[in-house]
Design a protein around this ligand. Structure first.
Ligand SMILES: Nc1ncnc2c1ncn2[C@@H]1O[C@H](COP(=O)(O)OP(=O)(O)OP(=O)(O)O)[C@@H](O)[C@H]1O
Ligand SMILES: [Mg+2]
Length: 320
């Protein structure tokens, strides 16, 4: 069973405006509301592939109710902790020139008893054989070591953990002992370099990137999927190092491409697919997400078509 976790979900409101002006009234049109959250995107991708998951998160107030109804509208199962503060609404406005203005709220503060309810819920889901995918930013009131503590709790309870986080949250989680560290991670290039304190404008060869990923295996991580946008991805596990170019598509929106990659990988592991097939599915799913508008997952037929075009090349056989 797969459980996706979005601790800081949002109602995403997207709209258009002719010209965006400060100090003026901007009249919005084509207003659309959607359930926003990286774990929710992961669940949506899993569903496209024919898998099942339960989306877990926090929801509060009227916006929280709306969020849950939008998640249900996508055909996804959800099991949220209700909180007293109101779920955030993030506004994205695109003008006639295509310029994007984003107005993001920090997210509701989570009370200690609400956090305990989340821990209890996730512990109940942490049966051996289950995979828990933790994605995205942390809401106010939760420390940067939240994912680290959660990984320890869930792994010790028997679940496999996939972590897609950035900055201090990732740093803390990778400081754990091998029995508490995330099993799988999917940093993008920027997140990986930041973790290693390498300036992100520095030329870093693919061999070096693969070595950086490999050094994380020594800590107990089982798979590092390094996504590099239009440059494709590198996958590093104890069984080898693979390189995959991005599948060429006409790009409509790259938002959520990483989440589709996570969804495909978790789906592949859950269904016992060989590693290379999981990687191929991840490349096809993420490219398909780029060819699809908004944060919507690609259609299954598109993923199948792109799957034929994936190339997974083994760079280094079996690590010594
Ligand atoms: N322009 C593109 N063309 C084809 N595939 C792409 C393109 N951009 C991204 N991808 C695919 O999506 C994967 C994930 O992209 P990226 O590295 O941008 O993830 P990310 O930064 O974590 O994204 P997000 O967090 O917004 O979901 C890439 O490894 C690649 O397979
Ligand atoms: Mg990402």
């Amino acid at each position: 069973m797969i459980i996706t976790v979005t601790l800081n979900p949002a109602l995403d409101k997207t709209a258009r405006v002719d010209v965006m002006r400060a100090n003026a009234l901007n009249r919005l049109r084509d207003v659309q509301i959607d359930a926003g959250g990286k774990g929710i995107n992961v669940s949506a991708m899993i569903r496209v592939l024919g898998g099942e998951s339960v989306a877990v998160g926090f929801a509060g107030g009227g916006a929280g109710e709306e969020l849950l109804s939008r998640i249900a509208g996508k055909g996804l199962k959800a099991d949220f902790v209700r909180v007293s503060a109101v779920t955030r609404t993030n506004v994205k406005v695109v003008d006639n020139e295509g310029a994007l203005t984003e107005l993001n709220e920090p997210g509701p503060a989570i009370k200690p008893e609400e956090w305990r309810e989340m821990e209890n819920k996730l512990s109940r889901y942490s049966l051996t054989g289950n995979t828990i995918a933790l994605s995205g930013s942390l809401p106010a009131g939760l420390g940067a070591d939240t994912y680290k503590r959660l990984c320890a709790l869930l792994r010790r309870a028997g679940a496999a953990v996939f972590l897609d986080a950035d900055g201090d949250a990732l740093k803390h989680a990778l400081e754990s002992e091998p029995d508490s560290i995330p099993d799988y991670i999917k940093p993008n290039r920027f997140e990986l370099l930041r973790y290693f304190s390498i300036p992100d404008d520095e030329e870093v060869s693919e061999t070096r990137l693969a070595e950086l990923c490999r050094s994380l295996l020594d800590k107990g991580v089982k798979l590092v999927a390094l996504s590099m946008g239009a440059d494709g991805a590198i996958f590093v596990s104890k069984n080898g190092v693979w390189r995959a170019p991005a599948v060429a598509v006409e790009v409509r929106s790259t938002v959520g491409a990483g989440d589709s990659m996570v969804g495909a990988l978790v789906y592949g592991f859950e269904h016992g697919l060989p590693e290379e097939q999981c990687f191929a599915l991840a490349m096809a799913a993420s490219a398909g997400a780029c060819a699809t508008a908004g944060t919507n997952p690609p259609e299954r037929a598109l993923v199948d078509e792109l799957l034929q075009k994936t190339r997974i090349e083994e760079l280094v056989p079996k690590l010594g």
